[in-house]
Design a protein around this ligand. Sequence first.
Ligand SMILES: Nc1ncnc2c1ncn2[C@@H]1O[C@H](COP(=O)(O)OP(=O)(O)OP(=O)(O)O)[C@@H](O)[C@H]1O
Ligand SMILES: [Mg+2]
Length: 333
Amino acid sequence: MLAGIIDHVEEGVLLLKGDQVRWLNPAARLMFPALEQPVGRPLVDVARDHRIDGLALRARESRLEQAAEVELPVSGRILQVRAVPLADAEVALLVRDITRLRHLETVRQQFVANLSHEIRTPLAGLDLAAQTLSAQLPADGDSRLFIDRITQEAERLANIVFNLNQLAALDAEGIAVEHLPFSVDELVRALIDRYQARAAAGQLILRAEIATTGSTALGDRAKTDQALQNILDNALKFTPAGEVVITASADHDRVEFAVRDTGPGIPSRDLSRIFERFYKVDRSRGGLPGSGLGLSIARHLVELQGGTIDADSTPGAGTVIRLRLPAASLTPA
Ligand SMILES: Nc1ncnc2c1ncn2[C@@H]1O[C@H](COP(=O)(O)OP(=O)(O)OP(=O)(O)O)[C@@H](O)[C@H]1O
Ligand SMILES: [Mg+2]
């Protein structure tokens, strides 16, 4: 009865004894059509792929489940393969064809990339026209109010487009990431310098707390800088009064940057979701501008470098966002 059911599932199922195929369901026959009579033949002749054969071998020898994504060279199909060890040198091979899924992901990424690229030009035109008009209008009155509004909204749109572009670039595979030592203190001080004026304009104190001077992170300075800017932008935007503190500390194998604010905080039910794309806490309150992309970009940038990012918050008291990166070894190689 079980075999009857397995005959109808979409996942390809092959049962192996040693390196030979003992049994396979119709879905597996469609995925691996090379042989008319696959039963009793070695897996490598049936699947025609050494990576799949190697996966089954590793599962058999290690007695541990193995998984891999394999793109077949001739058909271009993308398969997700799991090799599950059973008793007596038997292995079950479970194969899912995820070609369509991967294709849809690519289409989505390209769509976002194209859209954000296409919006740039008309947006720049709009901004230029508004600025030209603005120069010709009297310093106050209704038309001044509206033209300023147009300029602000154009700027907000440009920001969203910039973020979408950046996400699209991060999604595209093969993005270059540096793994070089850079100074933790210097990065924090540069950030403080850059944002001091904005903090002062909002009546906020912005300062640094550096616990271990002279520590060095191993990663991509520009990407870390960008991630911290997105975090700092939030802290300054959401904190109505008080202070924003950037801290830096290090132990022997990690460095940690943290941005702490005295803002409204984030409810615990939202805390795990703020790094998702487009996620904003309490959208209905509207209020502060933003598209909900800043932190998802920050997470991307940090994880590309082998780092981690997390958030801690006490509603009513403030928020801390922590970013950890590998520390550069003190003894030069
Ligand atoms: N320091 C903070 N204090 C309070 N809430 C925060 C803080 N940082 C982030 N949040 C919440 O997390 C959400 C997601 O932040 P994120 O930076 O991704 O988006 P955004 O700031 O709304 O928009 P964008 O960064 O794209 O301009 C914010 O909308 C806000 O609700
Ligand atoms: Mg933000």
